[in-house]
Design a protein around this ligand. Structure first.
Ligand code: C5P
Length: 236
């Protein structure tokens, strides 16, 4: 198998839930996403445990603060030797540059963690942009401009919908990573995701990485479901 580009969202509450879940994947090299709930609840012990199991980690903490604070925080996160971290693009170019500087300063190996930017949260829509944030531009333009800013700041890519992936790659090059949640198998319940895409469609739409949570974590047979997702997204 090639290196996995499927980030399994470990949206669990405790370290033992994660441990029990990951036990089912013995022998597999996974890429997993640790979010705020798990990290704030379990701290760096959860990172250590997952690294000892040999998996890659996307630490999804979405930093957003003044540049100096983001830089110092990223210096600390880099010391955890995770593989990917993120910031909000709405913090601006200077903040994103500071994130990269912090990662470079804190890195423990030759390579800093990848750093990607959240553009517009999928919970925002045009109405919120217009009437709460007073951004009177079509949402698509905002996503593209903030992705451009992320690239200008030296970031490696963005979190976005698979449906936005192609236009971002067309404008910013295919090396600029698109990390895309909102993935479901055709047989799944959609839950609370509004616009969903299958792994095969995400491949077609040029997603660099897909983030998959409940489709795998809530499955009767997580390993078999992971293999199906892998085959559809990364299979030849
Ligand atoms: O279970 P599901 O596949 O919907 O999980 C998707 C993961 O991606 C969750 O951890 C969720 O917080 C995250 N995410 C998302 N939509 C975004 C950004 C992140 O679903 N726009």
């Amino acid at each position: 198998m090639n290196e996995s580009r499927i980030c399994i969202a470990l949206d669990f509450k405790t370290k033992s839930d994660v441990e029990n879940f990951l036990k089912q994947f013995e022998g597999e090299s996974l890429y997993v996403k640790v979010g705020m709930e798990l990290f704030y609840g379990e701290g760096i012990e959860i990172i250590k445990m997952i690294k000892e199991m040999g998996h890659k980690i996307f630490l999804d903490l979405k930093l957003h603060d003044i540049p100096n604070t983001v830089k110092s925080a990223m210096r600390q996160l880099a010391k955890l030797d995770v593989d990917m971290v993120n910031v909000h693009a709405s913090g601006g170019i200077e903040m994103m540059k500071a994130a990269i500087e912090g990662l470079e300063e804190g890195k423990t190996s030759g390579k800093r963690p990848l750093c990607i930017a959240v553009t517009c949260l999928t919970s925002l829509d045009q109405d919120v942009l217009d009437n709460q944030l007073l951004i009177h531009e079509p949402l698509e333009n905002v996503v593209l401009k903030w992705a451009e800013n992320a690239k200008a700041a030296g970031l490696d890519g963005v979190v976005c919908s698979p449906l936005e992936s192609k236009i971002i790659h067309d404008h910013l090059g295919k090396e600029f990573l698109t990390v895309t949640p909102g993935i479901r198998l055709a047989s799944d319940n959609v839950n609370d995701q509004k616009r969903v895409t299958t792994p095969a469609m995400a491949k077609e739409l040029t997603s660099s990485y897909i983030v998959v949570g409940r489709t795998i974590t809530g499955s009767q047979d997580p390993l078999a479901t992971y293999k199906k997702v892998y085959q559809d997204f990364q299979g030849e």
